[in-house]
Design a protein around this ligand. Structure first.
Ligand SMILES: [Cu+2]
Length: 172
């Protein structure tokens, strides 16, 4: 069987387009280091009373290593604690693991302008690890409709220079 030259060229171009398309999808999935939030954060024994559990007894920022921090956040109608009445302060160039749970309804925890975004389900702890490279101020928004004042539910993360964070160990 003879295949016309132009037909071969167009078959080649079609294959290139398909391979290129698959490559962009693969890159989008693994290249930027985006990971899905899974159930690794665990659960809260009494969903409506997360502060009864050891982890959420005193929500706040905790230093757990030289450049490692853990941040326990309660998302509730209609505030983040910490985050809304006082900003979450973490140093630049550190690894920060957020643990977020809700005592009431499903909320969202999204750090505006970044790929930090999770649903916050009552009884479930959303765990996500982030590196903030540069100092700056980031907004936190709830992106799951959670009630009449949902649109006011917001907070702030302050990523500060390393030496500015001293004294904030423990609760901030
Ligand atoms: Cu909300």
């Amino acid at each position: 069987m003879e295949v016309h030259r132009y037909e071969k060229i167009w078959i080649g171009i079609s294959l290139l387009v398909i391979v290129g398309w698959i490559a962009t999808v693969v890159f989008g999935a693994v290249g930027p280091g985006i990971a899905m939030v899974d159930d690794s954060g665990g659960q809260i024994a009494d969903p409506s009373n997360p502060t009864e559990s050891d982890a959420f007894r005193d929500p706040g920022v905790y230093q757990v290593g030289e450049n490692e921090y853990e941040v326990y956040v309660l998302a509730r109608q209609f505030a983040f604690q910490p985050g809304t009445s006082e900003p979450i302060r973490v140093p630049a160039n550190s690894t920060v693991t957020f643990y977020v749970t809700s005592p009431d309804v499903t909320h969202g925890f999204e750090v505006v302008g970044t790929n930090v975004n999770t649903m916050v389900i009552p009884g479930q702890v959303a765990e996500l690890t982030v590196e903030f490279d540069d100092p700056g101020r980031y907004g936190i928004v709830c992106n799951e409709y959670c009630g009449s004042a949902h649109h006011t539910m917001e907070g702030t993360i302050e990523v500060v220079e390393q030496d500015e964070v001293n004294g904030t160990e423990g609760d901030t």
